[in-house]
Design a protein around this ligand. Structure first.
Ligand code: GLN
Length: 503
């Protein structure tokens, strides 16, 4: 796979992370050249709305430092490799907005742990990527920040069809990787926000086991669900990035697990002969559109050709994951977002009479509609008198959903199914209907609620020629197995190397 020759600079963006790494290690490409190439592309493709901020000089400072380390013999696989971060990760050298007006002009005094780890591994940051406000959404139509090159907020466009959404909330990350504006990006997944946009944009993304990657410096949405992960074109690239992102962070994130970082690339080529893939019948019911089903079915047939065995299983509480998630996530969000009061971070109302009025005006102006909706739902379900009926009940069912998975993993090694019921929809199609958006999360929420690792890999195309992702879910700490199964599939198929027209 690694090309021995330097590509013409016009094709550099076609290179995967692994290929760029090979060129950088062989000193056939400098980190500065790589960074400059992608910075130029980002400037050229602002119409997609994928990036919120770039700072050429900050990028080049990192690239020069990487070149110096390469010259001194660094063998880190990510040394000099460009990537970009979802704007939910705080960064010292770029603004952080989480897609919210509330954080306009905010700059963090420190880097998120995941950002710092990737930087320590030598990766060069190209800038910050658009996302739904505080990661709440499935379409990236909820960002309140104008993307680069715009003066008003503007939905991110799907590079495969710019009249469609890229998915969300990591929509900027997925669109940027699919359009080759960056070889890789970080994303976060609370209820599907890595897997669903990866599926909609035809790229690969993985959410690790809850607690594998530190949440320190990730602007919090729902703390018991939020998890960081990589988005790239291939499983191999995701393995490289994830290896650098994970690891315990006991002093800064009390929910980070005491599990050492792993090299997820080691298992990539293992045989998957005899692998038992569980097929949950609840993922293939009436709600699944025929085009997505056809693509998923043929991907599963490919797995059988590779020697895997398909095992029918049941995840009986799949449907309940929607009401459960939309109680728990807003409950945690309403608590997490109480810190945005106009005193410590970002936006403050220009005029107010007293402290209470300042809070009220700041929050009314600073938060968007979807965020306010969730704060209200969350406050309601946590309030005295409703706590038992909603929040506690949701927690109980969450436990049962996790138990259902353990039952299923008695019969299979991995679980496979669709990522979303349909391909990416048209911009505006569901923007006035929050419930329609929530329902589209049905296949990603169960793994999130159970804290299990899950990924999406390109599996074919559906209606309108739009990409369809295959979701793979593993048991706790089975990231290596997931990436292995995805890598073997990608060696047998070419969906991951197809590219949208016009980019
Ligand atoms: N679509 C889900 C939501 O709106 C998931 C978002 C996420 O994973 N950040 O909450």
């Amino acid at each position: 796979m690694n090309s021995p020759t330097t590509p013409p600079s016009s094709e550099l963006h076609e290179r995967t992370v692994s290929e760029l790494s090979g060129l950088l290690q062989a000193r056939k490409l400098s980190a500065v050249e790589a960074a400059q190439h992608f910075l130029n592309r980002i400037q050229f493709h602002t119409a997609l709305g994928a990036f919120l901020s770039v700072d050429e000089e900050a990028t080049l400072v990192q690239a020069r430092a990487a070149d110096a380390r390469l010259a001194a013999g660094s063998v880190s696989a990510l040394e000099g490799v460009p990537l970009a971060h979802k704007d939910i990760f705080v960064t010292r050298d770029w603004p952080t907005t989480a897609g919210s007006k509330m954080l306009s002009g905010y700059r963090s005094p420190f880097d998120a742990t995941v950002v710092a780890k990737l930087k320590d591994a030598g990766a060069v940051c190209l800038g910050k990527l658009n996302c739904d406000e505080f990661a709440m959404g499935s379409s990236n139509e909820n960002s309140a920040q104008p993307p680069m090159g715009f003066s008003q907020p503007e939905p991110v466009k799907n590079p495969w069809d710019t009249s469609r959404i890229p998915g969300g909330s990591s929509g900027g990350s997925a669109a940027a990787v699919a359009a080759r504006l960056t070889p890789a990006a970080t994303g976060t997944d609370t209820g599907g926000s890595i897997r669903q946009p990866a599926s909609f944009c035809g790229i690969t993304g993985i959410k690790p086991t809850y607690g594998r990657a530190s949440r320190y410096g990730m602007v919090a949405f729902a703390s018991s669900l939020d998890q960081a992960g990589p988005m790239a074109r291939t499983a191999q690239d995701c393995a490289l990035l994830l290896s650098a992102m994970c690891g315990p962070d006991p002093d800064r994130d009390s929910t980070s697990l005491d599990v050492p970082a792993e090299d997820f690339t080691l298992q990539l080529n293992d045989s998957i002969a005899g692998l038992r893939i569980g097929i949950p019948k609840e993922f293939f019911g009436d709600g699944l559109s025929a085009d997505v089903r056809a693509a998923v079915d043929s991907a599963l047939a490919e797995y059988e050709k590779l020697g895997a065995r398909l095992v029918p299983i049941s995840l009986p509480r799949t449907e309940l994951s929607i009401p459960v998630y939309y109680v728990i996530a807003p409950a945690e969000a309403s608590s997490n977002l109480s810190r945005f009061d106009g005193v410590k971070f970002g936006h403050r109302a220009a005029q107010y009479t007293d402290l209470a009025d300042m809070y009220k005006k700041t929050r009314s102006e600073g938060f968007g509609e979807e965020v306010k909706r969730r704060i209200m739902i969350g406050t309601y379900v946590l309030s005295h008198g409703y706590y038992d009926a909603y929040y506690l009940q949701a927690q109980r069912i969450r436990r049962m959903i996790a138990d259902d998975f353990q039952q299923a993993f008695g019969q299979c090694d991995l679980i496979a199914g669709p990522v979303a019921p349909t391909v990416a929809w048209k911009i505006g199609e569901k923007s006035d209907d929050p419930v329609a958006n929530y329902l589209a999360d049905i296949f990603t929420l169960p793994a999130s609620l159970a804290g299990l690792p899950g990924m999406s890999l390109p599996a074919g195309f559906g209606a309108g020629g739009m990409p369809v992702g295959l979701q793979l879910i593993g048991n706790y700490f089975a990231e290596g197995r997931l990436l292995n199964a995805a890598h073997r599939f990608q060696q047998a198929t070419d969906f991951h190397s197809r590219k949208p027209q016009g980019v």
